[in-house]
Design a protein around this ligand. Structure first.
Ligand code: PBG
Length: 326
């Protein structure tokens, strides 16, 4: 008996495989997360994320310019202030590090890529939570949303074109959208980190932003076993006015990404987070995997699952590889 069906026929050579490819990723779909730290004279390497740094405004500008040169679609900025307090005052201070850096980066590369900012209080509070606390120490949802509205306005005024709402407060998209619209920022784009799961994959990021958090974020970020709830969060955010929804972390949650993609009619993004980055870098440094091939496999997986764009610390490097392969 000869096989009737021979799927191997479509894998027989590199040109045939290239023509049969179902998913593609291009540099403009990659977004580079970048850290800027107040009060440092030189960029500081982040130990848990080899190849990544906390930047000065100058090194941030240069790194953003390299990303633009490589054809990357955007940069997502995170700020690390010198002084923190209970309500994260530096977050909506026009002179706060993230807002100052946003204006600088916008000036440097604003014509070439989309300058984006993380909208969350965790880098700015002295307790490290993503919001403000009640007297008993719980994260106060609605009071936090008021802070997010002020932070969103400060970021829009600083020149951010796209706000990444990563705090997981209920109703945050609606509150920030209304605040932006009331001030005439109709064109400021809202990316909702809709299905953002609590868990272990953000470990290296905590070092990257010098996180003050003790405890965890499990009363606001999602419980990892819940996939359908991720779809529910995405649908709520679309209803509240989100322009883009996101699933995060990346590879471990591609099932959720695929479900969300079916359920919504806005772009769906993924965040390949610090833990995913660190695992590949560590294995590659030990010679246990082929670094470039592994990174490209992982980016392909996002495209296959339906991601319209991916936040990845490898954005600039991967963009250069993708151009080579054209
Ligand atoms: C919150 C925020 C976090 C990350 C992005 N935005 C930290 C957290 O939720 O604990 C993590 C990103 C990463 O791990 O790469 N401002």
């Amino acid at each position: 008996m000869l096989p009737t069906h021979r799927p191997r026929r479509l894998r027989q050579s590199a040109p045939v495989r290239r023509l049969m490819r179902e998913s593609h990723i291009v540099p403009s779909q990659l977004v580079l997360p970048l850290f800027v730290r107040e009060g440092i004279a030189e960029a500081q390497p982040i130990g848990s994320m080899p190849g990544q740094s906390q930047h000065t405004i100058d090194s941030l500008r240069r790194t953003a310019a390299e990303a633009a040169e490589a054809g990357v679609g955007g940069v997502m900025l995170f700020g690390i202030p010198e002084v923190r307090d209970a309500v994260g005052s530096a977050a909506d201070d026009p002179e706060g590090i993230l807002n100052v850096a946003t204006t600088a980066v916008q000036e440097e590369v604003g014509d070439a890529l989309v300058v984006q900012t993380d909208l969350c209080l965790d880098e700015f509070t002295d307790h490290g939570h993503c919001g403000v606390l009640t007297p008993s120490g719980a994260v106060d949802n609605d009071a936090t949303n008021e802070r997010y509205a002020a932070m969103g306005l400060a970021q829009a005024r600083a020149g951010s074109q796209l706000l990444g709402l990563s705090g997981m407060m209920d109703g945050q998209v609606q509150v920030v959208r209304e605040a932006l619209d009331a001030e005439g920022f109709h064109d400021t784009i809202i990316l909702a980190y809709s299905a953002k799961y609590a868990g272990a994959f953000y470990g290296p990021f905590r070092e990257a932003v010098d996180s003050q958090l003790k405890g965890d974020r499990r009363t606001y970020q999602m419980d990892p076993p819940n996939g359908r709830e991720g779809v529910r969060e995405a649908l709520l955010d679309v209803e509240e006015g989100a322009d883009i929804v996101m699933v995060k972390p990346g590879l471990p949650y591609l099932d959720v990404l695929a479900e969300v993609k079916q359920a919504v009619d806005v772009p769906v993004w993924a965040y390949q987070v610090s833990g995913e980055y660190a695992m590949v870098e560590a294995a590659a440094a030990n010679g246990w995997i082929d670094r470039r091939a592994t990174i490209m496999d992982s980016l392909t997986a996002f495209a296959r699952a339906g991601a319209d764009a991916v936040l990845t610390y490898w954005a600039t490097e991967a963009a250069a590889w993708l151009r080579e392969e054209l």
